[in-house]
Design a protein around this ligand. Structure first.
Ligand code: HEM
Length: 487
């Protein structure tokens, strides 16, 4: 059977998808939901036959979408926690397995790898864009050494639903056990520890202190239903077809699907960010009848207030701060939420339709599925700049070039998106290493066409420490390794 990937609003126990979801890794269609994780980056040590056998053995640990669903139900009923495991491969991983190139996943960015700064990628020209090498403006000499070498794959272990200490100890023991079992065959290059941070309401936050993980494409009936109860769909449709995130696994049976994963370790300069916001707030206050504080300036950077309230919707009553049923239809000129705001850059909610007459389906097809987790120190007001704290950004998509790279390059890093003079995304926009980003324009009044504007450059508080492009293959592919012929 071949699944119809145009479908959405399905459920993991849908009998029509049983073979697909038994074979698909978890954490793609729905986040694994655990608060503690380990990302174990590895390189193969053996020849292709040995490497296939190792992976075949590791496949026993991997959690399918169906198993994730069962674990969730059993946790709700019995409180019993389960270890969650994903396994993903880079293109060099496929090479080390001796798989013929014609059978590798074919996304050009996946095949090139994140460290390739020479291959030009076609980010679908519109408004003067041409295929570009190094579309992310990466400077690999600044990356952590572990990310500069060859990475063949990554194992993600995650655990939650128990005391934090217990989860951390269990994960450490799991990593040690893996190290012992696979010492002859796998080089564990480095292990990155991740943990969810929460505010006093228990909502997930990132290191700058903003609620995170609110808006994501939804595939499952239960998730869509929850979003409906949380505000409805009248102004924003969060549903997404399976083909936003799934592609056929070239190495598996007809029921086999996988997803491309973008991994970026993003360090956050928390003190620098808030000091600069205080300065921005002072500038804005000079031209405003009422004082503007750093928290408000932060909302103009992110597009949401710290508690999640969309800056375009402030003052509206009747919905929770995790509200996602909004668009920028009533803010076509960016008088409420600046065009440069992170959430508006990464999900323009109709801006490209208004600005370029681009079909809404195209804008919606750029969406990514975010599955990142924070790392490092949890202090939200550190005294030092650049503490060991940040986001292990991870997103899944059906095309790295048309989704993540397009979003980062053509939207976040592009000072001319969505209008000339908009400026780069103040949170994650990366200017080329040798260029200073032009200033963004900031308004002193909300929804006021006569409010004065201030030019102010806000950038550089998130630094890429490394990353890689991966493919998360089907279980059928992993299980058949070692039983198949090499290249
Ligand atoms: C340290 C780096 C980052 C931080 C602190 C950060 C923070 C946030 C926050 C606070 C939100 C709003 C809450 C939500 O809707 O979930 C958000 C939304 C979002 N971010 Fe990021 N983010 C980071 C990196 C990135 C990167 C690299 C991308 C992709 C290029 C990205 C794409 C998105 C998208 C697509 C949304 C949802 C927008 C919407 O649908 O309204 N983020 N981020």
């Amino acid at each position: 059977m071949s699944a119809n990937l145009n479908q959405t609003n399905i459920e993991i126990d849908d009998p029509n998808f049983r073979a697909v979801f038994q074979n698909l890794q978890g954490n793609i269609l729905k986040g694994h939901g655990r608060d503690h994780s380990r990302h174990i980056f590895f390189a193969f040590k053996g020849d292709s036959d040995q490497n296939q056998q190792v992976l075949n053995k590791l496949a026993e640990k991997v959690t399918s979408a169906e198993a994730q669903h069962q674990q969730q139900s059993s946790y709700k009923q019995t409180g019993q926690a389960h270890l969650f495991v994903n396994l993903m491969l880079s293109c060099s991983g496929y090479q080390q397995l001796g798989i013929a190139p014609k059978d590798w996943p074919d996304d050009p960015a996946f095949r090139a790898g994140m460290k390739d700064l020479q291959t030009p990628f076609d980010t679908l020209p519109r408004g003067g864009h041409t295929p570009t090498a190094n579309p992310l403006n990466d400077d690999i000499s600044q990356w952590e050494s572990g990310f500069q070498g060859r990475i063949d794959g990554m194992l993600l272990l995650a655990l939650g639903g128990m005391a934090p200490d217990h989860a951390e100890r269990t994960l450490t023991a799991e990593v040690q056990a893996l190290q012992q079992t696979y010492d002859d065959n796998l080089e564990l290059l480095f292990v990155q520890r991740g943990h969810v941070m929460r505010n006093d309401k228990g909502q997930v936050i990132e290191h700058f202190g903003f609620v995170d993980g609110v808006s994501n494409p939804k595939f499952l009936f239960s998730d869509l239903n929850e979003e409906f109860r949380n505000g409805g769909y009248s102004r924003n449709d969060p549903s997404a077809p399976l083909n936003l995130v799934l592609v056929k696994d070239p190495g598996g049976n007809p029921d086999s699907y996988g997803s491309y994963v973008v991994y970026r370790k993003l360090q956050q300069n928390i003190k620098g960010f808030w000091d600069r916001l205080a300065l921005l707030a002072n500038h804005l206050s000079e031209n405003s009848s009422s004082p503007i504080d750093a928290e408000y300036a932060g909302a103009l950077c992110v597009g949401r207030f710290k508690d999640g309230t969309p800056v375009s919707e402030q003052g509206n009553d009747g919905w929770s701060n995790l509200f996602n049923n909004f668009s920028y239809d009533d803010d076509a000129d960016g008088l409420r939420c600046p065009f440069h705001a992170h959430t508006r850059k990464t999900n323009p909610r109709g801006d490209t339709v208004r600005q370029f007459n681009s079909p809404p389906t195209i804008e919606r097809s750029r969406r990514i599925v975010r599955r990142g987790i924070s790392y490092g120190e949890t202090e939200l007001s550190p005294e030092q700049e650049w503490t060991d704290a940040g986001l292990l950004f991870m997103c899944m998509q059906a095309s790295i070039v048309d989704q993540f790279i397009f979003m980062q390059h053509t939207w976040c890093n592009n000072a001319g998106f969505v209008r000339p003079g908009t400026g780069i995304d103040p949170l994650v926009g990366q200017a080329p290493a040798d260029a200073a980003p032009p200033p963004q324009q900031w308004r002193s009044g909300w929804s006021n066409p006569n409010a004065s504007t201030t030019d102010f450059s806000f950038a550089g508080f998130v630094k890429t420490q490394g990353g890689e492009y991966f493919f998360m293959p089907s279980l059928d592919f992993l299980q058949s390794l070692g039983c198949r012929q090499g290249a």
